[in-house]
Design a protein around this ligand. Structure first.
Ligand code: BES
Ligand code: ZN
Ligand code: ZN
Length: 518
């Protein structure tokens, strides 16, 4: 999909549909671009407001035929909701609503007239582009017969610039494109089935990203894992015929020798539970258990393309979790790369096992400035927070504050759960150093976090449990049902905020303007 910025006046633009964005108000802002457009249309837009056919509620739409009064044959009204509730996510949603509504009409060229707001033009360009491209996402590659989308002819979106905002708007469009492509790539990985997306496929994908972006890529196979003593990752992988992979991507801009930020993503390409096997209902969804890994690959791709100035390393331990005659069993004891021994009580708590080795590897090999891990780690976080917030735990308050602010801005919200020392007592094992689950079902997500904490030493670290946010059963404005690609927009926002501030700094988080309609 092409997204461009054009200087055309709204009444002159060559497009099939012009989308304009209106707040939920009874009248048009006097002298506004929209009011001028309405004059040319002899009040056709006003008629929609007066009749109540269009309320301006968020994501509501109405199609106005222009009857030859202006060049474009149809104007799509898109609601922005109540002015008091305006924020940048409204633009993402409205961009998606415009794009998906006209796709249904089968048109090929859409023009968007950005609404006036106090957001920076670069933010407006990015938000509308992100929203449109994320909203248009579909996974087509396994369908041999086109379905509802057989009318999909949309191949050009243009944002209309007025005056000196053009450059900034273009910059925003570019950023939006980079980020949306990374998110949609991650969605493809999570939505695709386990028989295609296995650990080797993830490794190949990482290599392709590296070839396209200039990132460095290195993949450890099982022998390499053995050399490094990654007994927990190998333990999970031993039940599968598919070889595991330990994937590394490095973004090292010139002149950045500083300790890197390390991102770690869980890459279980199918989680059957192993010997502690899961119930059959909805087990197919466990193809998405590599969503943390996909988010790390997508974030690395986006950071490289955005020219991010700091050194960042992405690590994805990848494996299947299957039962077999050779699978790890409850009671087995594994030795992690850090030397700690782990009693496996439940083979379905496999994510923390593979992350244990990845975290230990990060600490030993990179002495990172900080570590953020993303994992579909626990069903318990779905119980606690549902699909509206990612569970956050960690050892560094400044980092968590930054991620919370980034979550609010990107609408990939996080919510902190405590990691009090007392929780760690619940994973003491009688026979090994620790065990991978506690004796009861209490505080399941926190127990997962407490387990991971055993492997980060004193490196500032944050764990994001995305089990509830990586997948959705309902269509949202710019998130079609299935894999959401969560984490990439959150991390890019948070990391960009860190550029001028050292990771450990306790400086105030740079909260961005909330945005309001002018
Ligand atoms: N991959 C699952 C967690 C999950 C659940 C992800 C729902 C996405 C949606 C994880 O490996 C798992 O099975 N966790 C267990 C842990 C338990 C055995 C302590 C769980 O949550 O039941
Ligand atoms: Zn599991
Ligand atoms: Zn899992």
């Amino acid at each position: 999909m092409q997204v461009a910025v054009k200087r055309d006046k709204p009444e002159r633009v060559a497009a099939d549909v012009l989308a304009i964005f209106l707040p939920q108000e009874k009248s048009l802002a006097p002298k506004s671009v929209v009011a001028q457009l309405d004059q040319r249309l002899e009040g056709r837009i006003r008629e929609y407001l007066d009749s109540g056919d269009f309320s301006g509620a968020l994501n509501s739409t109405a199609l106005v035929h222009t009857g030859g009064k202006i060049q474009v044959p149809r104007v799509l009204l898109v609601g922005l909701g109540k002015p008091a509730a305006f924020k940048i996510d409204v633009l993402r949603q409205a961009g998606a609503t415009a794009a998906t509504s006209v796709r249904r009409l089968g048109v090929s060229a859409l023009a968007l007239l950005p609404p006036a707001s106090d957001l920076e033009p670069v933010e407006v360009g990015q938000a509308l582009t992100e929203g449109a491209l994320l909203g248009l996402y579909t996974l087509k590659r396994y369908k041999t017969v086109a379905e509802n989308d057989d009318k999909d002819n949309l191949h050009e979106i243009a944002l209309l610039a007025n005056g000196n905002a053009q450059r900034a708007l273009e910059n925003g469009v570019k950023r939006g494109q980079i980020i949306a492509e990374a998110v949609n790539m991650a969605r493809d990985l999570s939505n695709s089935p386990g028989n295609e997306v296995n650990p080797s496929y993830l490794a190949k994908q990482a290599q392709e990203i590296a070839a396209q972006t200039g990132l460095r890529c290195h993949v450890l196979d099982a022998a390499g894992m053995r050399e490094h003593g990654m007994g927990c990752l190998l333990g999970v992988a031993q039940g599968s015929d598919q070889p595991p992979a330990f994937i590394m991507l490095e973004h090292a801009p010139k002149g950045t020798k500083a300790q890197p930020i390390v991102l770690v993503g869980k890459g279980i390409t199918f989680d059957s539970g192993g010997i502690s096997i899961k119930p059959a209902a909805n087990m197919e969804d466990m193809k998405m258990d590599m969503s943390g890994g996909a988010a790390v690959l997508g974030t690395m791709q986006a950071l490289a393309q955005l020219g991010y100035p700091r050194r960042v390393v992405g690590l994805v331990p990848a494996s299947e979790n299957l039962p077999s005659g050779n699978a790890v069993k409850p009671g087995d004891i594994l030795r992690a790369m850090s030397g700690k021994t782990v009693e496996v009580i439940n083979t379905d708590a496999e994510g923390r096992l593979i992350l244990a080795d990845a975290l230990a590897y990060a600490v030993q090999e990179f002495k990172p400035a900080c570590i953020v891990d993303l994992a579909t780690l626990t069903g318990a976080v779905v119980v606690a927070l549902g699909s509206q917030a990612t569970g956050m735990m960690g050892t560094d308050k400044a980092m968590m504050d930054r991620l919370r602010a980034a979550g609010d801005y990107s609408a990939e919200r996080v919510w902190e759960l405590p990691l009090f020392d007392e929780y760690s007592k619940q994973i003491k094992s009688d026979v090994a150093d620790i065990k991978n689950v506690s004796n009861n079902r209490e505080a399941g997500s926190i127990i997962g976090g407490a387990f991971l904490k055993e492997f980060v030493g004193d490196t500032p670290w944050v764990h994001l449990d995305i089990a509830g946010t990586a997948w959705t059963r309902e269509n949202r404005a710019y998130i079609p049902r299935g894999a959401t690609g969560v984490g990439i927009r959150l991390l890019v926002t948070a990391l960009e905020e860190m550029v001028d501030q050292p990771a450990q700094s306790t400086a105030k988080v740079g909260v961005r303007p909330k945005g309001s309609i002018r």
